[in-house]
Design a protein around this ligand. Structure first.
Ligand SMILES: Cc1cc2nc3c(=O)[nH]c(=O)nc-3n(C[C@H](O)[C@H](O)[C@H](O)COP(=O)(O)O)c2cc1C
Length: 191
């Protein structure tokens, strides 16, 4: 079965990006993928430091995150836009997991994988600028990022009282992104 790992670049309680990720995950599951959804707060890692890496290797949680990436065929990533780019939380996790250890191939956690990316913001652009730089980052480490992406603008107006996304058109689009990611990952796995 095709396996996708889903995570958001925010650990904020009530995170908008977690809310949109939930919907894409539903879409991927409906398309038959097995989805592991994690919260990066469970993988808290220090800011990458190459001297510490040389001395101690990967911290336990960075290693655990990297293993999860390696075990999955593709990713669903929802990221906030911080000052037009990705949050340090997300970049730091991606950086740690990009490090080679033992007899692994370079970028073993990323190469040949597929990703569906999305963002959410209360602003009018929905954080769409982060998607440009996140796409570039992921593609440069060997991840095939789906041409389809979704930036959810004014997301704060689209949630119900429980913080769940409650807008039919947006739900449809995010589910479709999840489905498309699952299908492409599955085709690549088969081929
Ligand atoms: C340091 C910082 C920079 C931000 N920069 C932007 C930005 O460039 N564009 C934007 O739409 N929102 C920006 N925001 C607002 C975020 O979109 C908002 O905090 C959002 O709730 C973060 O996503 P989350 O709800 O998933 O945590 C910024 C927030 C912070 C903390």
């Amino acid at each position: 079965m095709t396996k996708l790992l889903a995570f958001a670049g925010s650990t904020r309680s009530g995170s908008y990006n977690q809310a949109i990720l939930d919907v894409a995950v539903e879409g991927a599951r409906e398309a038959g993928a097995e989805v592991t959804q994690i919260n990066l707060s469970d993988y808290a890692m220090p800011i990458f430091n190459q001297d510490e890496e040389a001395q101690y290797g990967l911290p336990e949680r960075a290693q655990a995150f990297k293993h999860l990436l390696m075990e999955h065929d593709g990713f669903l990533i929802a990221s906030p836009e911080y000052n037009s780019s990705y949050p340090a939380l997300l970049k730091n996790a991606i950086d740690w997991a990009s490090r080679q250890s033992g007899d692994e191939k370079p970028l073993a956690a990323y190469r040949g994988k597929v990703a569906g990316i999305m963002s959410a913001s209360a602003g009018a652009l929905g954080g769409m600028r982060v998607l440009t730089v996140l796409r570039m980052l992921l593609e440069n480490i060997g991840v095939m990022v789906l041409p389809t992406q979704k930036a959810v603008a004014r997301v704060n107006t689209l949630l119900d009282d429980a913080g769940k996304l409650d807008d039919d058109a947006t739900v449809r689009q995010l589910k479709a992104l999840g489905e498309e990611t699952a299908r492409l990952a599955s085709k690549l796995k088969a081929g």
